[in-house]
Design a protein around this ligand. Structure first.
Ligand code: AMP
Length: 494
């Protein structure tokens, strides 16, 4: 699922919202495989391919053949970074892979992962999804002890912290656990070592990580950010890595260690409403089904008479179908998405600009003309996408445009790895729903309630992080880090 955004030809082609952050790390895709007698690099390639929506900036795979570690990583999509020849140069039955989310400030190949670090016990390769909140402190600690940091990522710091513990005499597991206890924030990790493969989640389990088995040989295990990374290689979902758990996969099988005293479930709700792929399974059902239920709830909370319901492709579609089912108003496709508009996009010509060509989303005039339209999207973050979409719908002849959003207003930035921007860029941080409706020029606007969003999960509402909607951060964020992104002091009442 490439992030939605519609832009007109007279605008800068910074297509993805993804390019605007200068944070060191973002939500990424991680993959690990331990599969004796298999070509692990090739399986990792396909796993990363399925996880491409989690990061499009760079991709990398490290393989282990006994003590020998090989790594290939570069800027670009998985299909651009790897080919058969490169994969043939990555032999071994243990592999670790990573897709990195686009950022501006740190968009360079040296920041691509896996992070590879030498230790007393051999080389380790680490792939990280999430954001640490104590990066500055950890960096200072390591710099003070003369570690030669080569990247600006928090992920490299975790790798060096493990190396430091191992070099101080600790075995792999004890060393890693000591290092994890020095990290605060969100981290789902896949770590390859010559002795085995590790999968780890932080004590709050903010970012997802699942375990799969491959074939009927029990010792073949797969780790992936989402279940879609298992499906693509025919692996069976076994279970999630639990918050605060470390799984250690070796020739002896899978061993589990609970490395923190007080784990709690705080899965990022934004993974469920937008970030993860709709065919991935979380909490025992596909996110497609969950998102459709958000649409049912939205229709209950914000009904309105209309002729058609449309979704913003692709991420608004399941909730739009749900809204249509619950309201009885027919669902139609009103916007067609060109899925091949990439980031390295060539500037449109002046004549295209003048014609106001829609590059990424093209409205279907004959579906929309003369209709009262309900348009459903998964979220409004800055509000720029919705404004353009509403204008495009009106230009195509819609007589009324009612916007329904299958999540509450995003009022607070994320410190744990989703690129929700600094608070001053978030339209709902400073504007009321009525003001937003005026700005994006809709006839009516309804955001799903926080309660409705959480109740639709069917799980304990406390088992999710919903800080972007409330300002209630489950992992304390140091003041200096908070101040870099927050403009408002108080959490928003829900
Ligand atoms: P905007 O309100 O213009 O910032 O854009 C909101 C749209 O971007 C929604 O349609 C979402 O599907 C999508 N979106 C939400 N969060 C993100 C994110 N972290 N990265 C990229 N796209 C996002």
């Amino acid at each position: 699922m490439i992030p939605n955004s519609l832009f007109l030809a007279d605008e800068e082609p910074t297509i993805d919202r993804a390019v605007r952050s200068d944070k060191p790390e973002e939500a990424c895709g991680v993959f690990g495989i331990y599969a004796p007698e298999e070509n692990a690099a090739k399986l990792a390639y396909f796993g990363l391919y399925a996880l491409q929506h989690r990061g499009q900036e760079s991709a990398g795979i490290a393989t282990f053949e006994g003590d020998k570690v090989r790594v290939h990583k570069n800027m670009g999509l998985v299909s651009q970074v790897f080919n058969e020849t490169i994969l043939d140069r990555l032999p071994g039955s243990l592999a670790v892979g990573h897709n990195r989310y686009s950022t501006t400030g740190s968009s360079r190949v040296s920041n691509a992962q896996p992070a590879v670090v030498d230790t007393r016990l051999g080389t380790l390769a680490l792939a990280h999804n999430g954001n640490l909140v104590n990066t500055a402190q950890l960096r200072e600690e390591l710099l003070d002890r003369n570690f030669d940091l080569v990247t600006t990522t928090d992920s490299e710091l975790i790798a060096w912290a493990i190396a430091e513990e191992v070099n101080g005499g600790q075995p792999w597991l004890e060393g890693a656990i000591r290092a994890f206890n020095r990290c605060q924030g969100a981290f789902s990790l896949v770590i390859g070592t010559p002795a085995g493969l590790m999968g780890v989640r932080d004590p709050n389990g903010i970012r997802p990580l699942v375990i799969g088995t491959l074939g009927n040989k029990p010792q073949r295990y797969v780790l992936a950010s989402e279940t879609c990374g298992l499906d693509i290689i025919g692996a069976e979902y076994l279970r999630d890595v639990e918050p605060g758990e470390l799984v250690w996969i070796t020739e002896e099988g899978l061993a589990s260690f609970h490395w923190t005293k007080e784990p709690q479930r705080k899965l990022c709700i934004f993974e469920m409403i937008y970030f993860a792929r709709p065919d991935s399974v979380m909490n025992e059902e596909s996110l497609y089904t969950y998102r459709m239920r958000l649409g049912h709830q939205l229709a209950k909370e914000f009904p309105t008479p209309a002729d058609i319901v449309i979704g913003v492709p692709d991420s608004g579609v399941p909730a739009a179908i749900g809204y249509s089912q619950a309201s009885g108003i027919s669902y139609a496709e009103g916007l067609i998405k060109n899925r091949y508009v990439g980031r390295t996009f060539i500037q449109p010509t002046q004549s295209m600009r003048e014609a106001g060509i829609k590059m990424k989303l093209n409205p279907l005039k004959d579906v929309l003309a003369g209709k009262r339209v309900i348009i459903v999207d998964d979220s409004i973050v800055r509000g720029t996408t919705s404004r353009k979409i509403v204008k495009a719908l009106r230009d195509a002849g819609a007589t009324e445009v009612h916007m329904r959003v299958s999540s509450p207003p995003v009022t607070h930035p994320c410190f744990y790895g989703i690129d929700t921007d600094n608070q001053d860029q978030l339209i709902a941080a400073t504007k009321s729903v009525d003001e937003i409706a005026k700005l994006i020029e809709v006839d009516s606007l309804g955001f799903l309630s926080w309660k409705g969003m959480l109740e639709a999960t069917g799980e304990d509402p406390n088992s999710f992080c919903s800080a972007c909607f409330t300002g209630d951060y489950p992992i304390p964020v140091p003041e200096t880090v908070k101040r870099s992104k927050l403009i408002l002091e108080q959490p928003t009442p829900v």
